[in-house]
Ligand binder design. Structure first.
Ligand code: NAD
Length: 493
């Protein structure tokens, strides 16, 4: 199969890297080279940031709020129409199941419609002051160019989640996609032009970490929305801090999924498996630590292991496949090494634990879905993100004990609670330090409900009405309506 070639896209035009250099991405299912992309540097980021800034100070900035919202909705329509094609690009680069990615991309239409609808509902307020002769009101203004940096696991979904509130607020966008999955962001920017958004509203520059660093450092970029690892998030926040530019950070997780003894076992079993093994465990909200009440532990573990052994690995474009490959060779090695170290440290592998052979795909990056038990609470497996299909199970007896276990990591992104006892569920939901808590479900998400992390899982919230505030700044306007002007030099002493 021929290797596809992509370009940067900014100011409504394709552009090669100014240096002329390119890099190659691989298809993790076949292990073969798939596409070439510009290996951009700071000069390309500068050109794209200028294009984004011109659009902000030009057509996009002067458009009415409702016209802006309607263009966003039109882009939502186009994303829906092109969902399968966009999903093919992502599946070819990160190995996620094609039908699952298509559904996820279709769901992003909801983000464009929701925030498109909010575009003309951004209101300031009139402040009731004690000085009755003064009119004081607030204006809520866009920031300018918003830099969006995203990882490889859900490229379009995470990009749209980041750009929708920023666009609705009137900003323009400069995206640095993951070097693993650059193609779909470029196509998204082209669709924005097709929808009628002025050139320069959505821009994409591809490349390695250095491109992200140049974006964060660029003086025209007024806000960063970053989704990725906590290590990169810390570096980005430090750099942005030097420039006094704010960041929304959506980082990693080590989320607990807690099963009490009064559950419907079928539901809990499905919830635990889907919580960890969806997208081969490569999701920030993966329920990678399961805590199961001691009285049902053996039975549930037996069921989980039996089902896990039957998961069908294969080509993610084939509908019968239940789990695709790991996105990169480096990530595959990380999975294998972390499981090996966990076993060396005393954890017991109940199933999986190594690379998987998939007939017909000898060079694919496949890893067996893996379950371990008896990992110590302080071990690497229980504290660090694997970002792969690896579940650690631990028994518990008491409410207080499991509340402590759930909070015993640096992260705080998501948590699952499985119980029929409504009081216990809500009391535990209050105790868990995580941005999202699911009761008798897992992974549910909507454009209308805030999402984000506590502790090392991030700063700020995406989704919901409040997300738009992160892309606006408030100006207070004071106007004296009376004839008397306070004169500090005429004060009686
Ligand atoms: P990563 O942090 O290595 O890279 C993410 C992006 O940041 C890439 O585009 C990369 O080039 C860029 N980057 C890396 N270092 C940078 C720096 N110092 N300055 C500027 N840009 C930089 O993450 P990844 O391996 O691509 O993705 C996996 C991580 O993403 C996991 O930790 C996962 O939990 C997290 N994630 C979080 C969410 C969420 O919503 N909380 C969603 C998906 C993934």
């Amino acid at each position: 199969m021929s290797i596809k070639s992509f370009h940067n896209y900014y100011g409504g035009r394709e552009a090669a890297a100014r240096s002329g250099q390119t890099f190659t991405s691989e298809n993790p299912t076949t292990g073969l080279q798939w596409g070439t992309f510009p290996l951009s540097d700071a000069a390309d980021v500068d050109a794209a940031a200028r294009a984004a800034d011109s659009a902000f100070n030009g057509k996009w900035g002067t458009l009415s709020h409702s016209a802006r919202g309607r263009l966003m909705m039109k882009l939502g329509d186009l994303i829906g129409e092109h969902a399968e094609r966009l999903a093919e690009l992502d599946t070819a680069q990160n190995g996620r199941l094609h039908f699952e990615v298509t559904a996820q991309i279709r769901a992003t239409q909801g983000w464009m419609y929701y925030y498109g609808g909010l575009a003309d509902k951004i209101e300031g307020s009139v402040i009731p002051l004690d000085q009755t002769s003064v009119l004081n009101y607030t204006l809520r203004e866009a920031l300018g160019v918003v830099g969006v940096i995203v990882p490889w696991n859900s490229p379009i979904f995470l990009t749209v989640m980041s750009i929708a509130p920023a666009l609705a607020a009137g900003n323009t966008i400069l995206i640095k996609p993951s070097e693993v999955t650059s193609a779909s962001a470029i196509e998204l920017a082209k669709l924005a032009d097709e929808a009628g958004l002025p050139p320069g509203v959505i821009n994409v520059v591809t490349g390695m970490r250095e491109v992200g660093e140049a974006l964060v450092a660029h003086p025209l970029v007024k806000k960063i929305c970053f989704t990725g690892s906590d290590q990169a998030g810390r570096a980005i926040a430090a750099r942005a801090g030097e420039r006094l530019v704010s960041c929304t950070l959506e980082l990693g997780g080590k989320s607990p999924n807690i099963v009490f003894d009064d559950v419907n076992l079928d539901q809990a079993e499905t919830g635990i498996l889907a919580g960890i093994f969806a997208a081969a465990g490569q999701t920030c909200i993966a329920g990678s630590r399961a805590y199961v009440h001691a009285s049902i532990y053996d039975e549930l573990v037996e069921r989980l292991v039996a089902r896990t052994r039957k998961i069908r690995l294969g080509d993610p474009m084939v509908t019968a496949t239940q789990m695709g490959p790991i996105a990169t060779a480096a990530q595959l090695k990380k999975n294998r090494d972390m499981v090996a170290r966990a076993a060396d440290a005393g954890a017991e592998i109940l199933c999986g634990g190594d690379l998987a052979d998939v007939p017909g795909l000898p060079h694919g990056f496949f890893f067996q879905p893996t379950i371990l038990q008896h990992a110590s609470a302080s071990s690497e497996l229980m504290q660090s993100e694997v970002f792969g299909p690896v579940l650690a199970i631990t028994p518990f007896k008491e409410f207080e004990e499991v509340a402590g276990m759930a909070n015993d990591t640096a992260y705080g992104l998501g948590a699952g609670i499985w119980t029929r006892d409504i009081k216990r569920a809500h009391l535990l939901a209050r105790r868990i330090k995580a941005g999202t808590v699911w009761v008798n479900t897992y992974r549910a998400m909507s454009y209308s409900s805030p999402f984000g992390g506590m502790k090392a899982s991030g700063i700020g919230r995406q989704n919901g009405i409040e997300a738009i505030n992160q892309y606006l700044q408030t100006k207070s306007v004071w106007c004296e309506l009376g004839d008397e002007i306070a004169d500090p030099f005429m004060m009686k002493v």
